[in-house]
Design a binder for this molecule. Structure first.
Ligand SMILES: [Zn+2]
Length: 308
């Protein structure tokens, strides 16, 4: 997936109404510019950050690949350009709280690539239409959006997409470089994407260990019910496949010394001695609440628990 930023000034209203982006192929003097021809790089599913009046106002998702298309009606007043152009159908997701770039410019300049980037050292947007956004800068924008526009994130779910992209990319990198043990590879991928995204998502739902009172985030582990190594990429990022646990309870759950039955009641391995159970803070009356999707994952965990 690729990311872009579009400066829509004079054409904003029309393009927004029509649900598209359009750039000419040439100006009246026959000149062409990268900030127009880059339109041809846009593929279905790509994300375009939409800039208007110095602010990030919406996030666009390309609904199809870029196509050759003459200037749509509505843009005639901008008779500065030739009629032949490039068009991308987009879906607009507006930010409730537009984001002023100025506040974040230091970070932005650090994260954007040197070439074809949207902003310049004088802390302003470059002159032109479409610019390239590095994956790091896109992540940064998403972080800001998440912090300031909590509802948009749900709609876009782009962070999940980003994480999926990251996982795939890292997996590819690892596969092509060296043959690693499966567990070693898993550890690298986990640490590279940061367990943080998964944990952060879980923390919005639960605030403490499911089994005890530990609520210091530094000691909470986002444990996968169906383990990472057995899950596909969707399952790896599915918050319903996660339980927030303290280190003790995570170790017990991860190594399948405990599991949970259909009613959420704890199941404990016979081999655990009473004193161990006491010191690790588990008892047979413990119970957790699981929704239907979590139950599906737990079924997998329970079966493995019973096998050995
Ligand atoms: Zn605990």
């Amino acid at each position: 997936m690729n990311y872009f930023l579009v400066f829509q000034n004079k054409s904003y209203e029309e393009e927004r109404k029509g649900g598209y982006l359009w750039a000419p192929q040439k100006n009246k003097n026959g000149q062409t510019f990268h900030h127009w021809t880059d339109m041809t790089l846009i593929r279905k599913g790509d994300i375009i950050f939409n800039s208007f009046n110095g602010k990030l106002v919406s996030v666009l998702t390309a609904q199809a690949n870029c196509q050759e298309h003459e200037r749509p009606t509505g843009l005639e007043q901008l008779d500065l350009w030739e009629r032949d152009g490039w068009l991308v159908d987009v879906e607009y997701s507006d930010l409730e709280q537009p984001i002023t770039y100025k506040k974040y410019m230091e970070g932005i300049l650090k994260l954007q690539d040197n070439k074809y980037a949207p902003f310049n050292k004088s802390l302003r947007g470059n002159t032109g239409y479409l610019f390239r956004v590095s994956k790091e800068l896109a992540n940064f924008f998403f972080e800001i959006i998440e912090a300031t526009n909590p509802f948009l994130r749900k709609k876009l779910q782009t962070e999940d997409n980003l994480q999926l992209e990251n996982i795939k990319q890292i997996e590819n990198d690892l596969n092509s470089i060296i043959i690693l043990e499966k567990t070693e590879k898993e550890t690298i991928i986990k640490s590279r994407i940061g367990q943080s995204a998964f944990k952060k998502a879980l923390l919005t739902i639960e605030k403490k260990c499911r089994l005890c009172g530990v609520r210091d985030e530094r000691f909470l582990v986002a444990s996968h019910i169906k383990p990472w190594s057995e899950s596909n990429n969707q399952e790896r990022l599915d918050v319903d496949n996660g339980l927030l646990l303290c280190p003790n309870h995570d170790a017990l759950f991860d190594k399948r010394y405990i599991s949970f039955d259909e009613t959420g009641k704890i199941m404990v391995k016979q081999s655990l001695e009473a004193t161990t159970k006491m010191f690790l803070n588990i008892n047979d009356t413990m119970r957790i609440k699981l929704n239907e999707r979590q139950q599906n994952y737990m079924k997998w965990h329970r079966e493995k628990f019973s096998e050995n």
